[in-house]
Design a protein around this ligand. Structure first.
Ligand code: NIG
Ligand code: MN
Ligand code: MN
Length: 323
């Protein structure tokens, strides 16, 4: 399959134990092209990388996110896990975009996401530019359509940015949710999208107006902290109550650059990891979460792997709280 490459198992290294205590000992790397999915159904987690910075480059950002997925894997590898023997972790590999055809890469990503969901596994996608979200959405949409239950999808985005830029010039890492809104309109589906951590100094008036026109509930960074937890909980639970299933996407550039310097567009005054964990707990408790991704990991600007460690900890948190 073009664009696809299986993971180099050499990335999964760390301390050794005699009873699979660490994630590098627990993970199983699969070759998607050769895999016999049908025999492997179950309550498992599946990692899939989107090794592309094409959307970031098109959006005038800083190159480097194509190395993001592997840098997160290397940090996850070293972490101890607390999963049961019956809960499996698969690494499906990476989608690449070396020819610059981002739309094709998003399509391939979507097809693999659909297969993972049909398998009954929980996809955990690692980016890569935030254009990962459009490919991810295509995969979820096709899965939900095949289910035929007319389920309403809610998207919860932790981000400094709306990523609702118009596609007038190109599809980029700044346009995925506009593209989704457009698809929803064309297909007569509700566009249910919530943003948490929006920075006023990073989104133009046009974007705020577009969010309002599209009915997007959002919480500005100024109010996205533990002091406002009751109000955040209220708004989040209201949104969750309006949808049947949820896809959550975490853009690392929403975190303060004290925690996440390794991104294209850093946020010195961004939000804290505690805040995201509080919200993730609410989302997970709803039992509606069917898929997640972490976007914008850029190892070129990381310091002591802190951003990759943060991303790995978020994956670790969801893995351990969903089971
Ligand atoms: N995915 C990120 N999108 C941001 C980037 C902002 C920036 O480069 O400063 C956006 O387009 O708004
Ligand atoms: Mn962002
Ligand atoms: Mn984003």
């Amino acid at each position: 399959m073009s664009n696809y490459r299986k993971t180099d198992p050499g990335l999964w290294t760390g301390r050794k134990s005699d009873s699979q205590l660490y994630l590098h000992e627990k993970v199983q790397c699969l070759d998607f092209g050769k895999m016999e999915f049908s025999s492997l159904r179950g309550d498992n987690f599946a990692l899939l990388g989107y090794a592309s910075d094409q959307g970031v480059i098109r959006n005038q950002g800083r190159k480097g996110a194509s190395k993001g997925p592997d840098s997160i894997r290397q940090q996850l590898a070293k972490m101890p896990h607390h999963l049961n023997d019956g809960t499996l972790l698969w690494d499906i590999g990476n989608i690449h975009c070396e020819d610059g055809n981002m739309e094709k890469a998003q399509g391939v990503l979507g097809k693999i996401v659909t297969s993972i969901l049909h398998q009954g596994w929980f996809p955990m996608l690692l980016g890569g530019g935030h254009d990962i979200a459009y490919g991810h959405y295509l995969g979820i949409k096709s899965y939900l359509n095949a289910q035929g239950k007319n389920q309403t999808l809610g998207i919860i985005n932790f981000d400094a940015h709306f990523d609702l830029r118009s596609t007038e010039h190109a599809n980029t890492s700044g346009t995925p949710f506009y593209q989704i809104a457009r698809d929803c309109k064309m297909e007569n589906n509700p566009f249910k999208y919530m943003c948490l951590g929006i920075r006023k100094d990073s989104n133009s008036k046009t974007l705020f107006h577009r969010a309002r026109d599209l009915g997007v509930p959002y919480i500005e960074k100024k109010h996205f902290n533990l002091l406002h937890l009751n109000n955040i909980r209220y708004k989040l639970e209201r949104f969750i109550g309006e949808v049947d299933v949820i896809y959550t996407t975490i853009d690392l550039d929403g975190f303060s650059s004290a925690y996440a310097a390794g991104v294209s567009a850093a946020s010195p005054m961004g939000f804290s990891p505690e805040m995201v964990l509080e919200c993730l707990e609410i989302v997970i408790d709803s039992k509606k979460l069917i898929s997640m991704d972490i976007a914008e990991m850029n190892p070129t600007y990381d310091q002591d792997h802190q951003t990759a460690k943060l991303a790995a900890s978020l994956i670790h948190y969801v893995m351990h709280n969903k089971t």
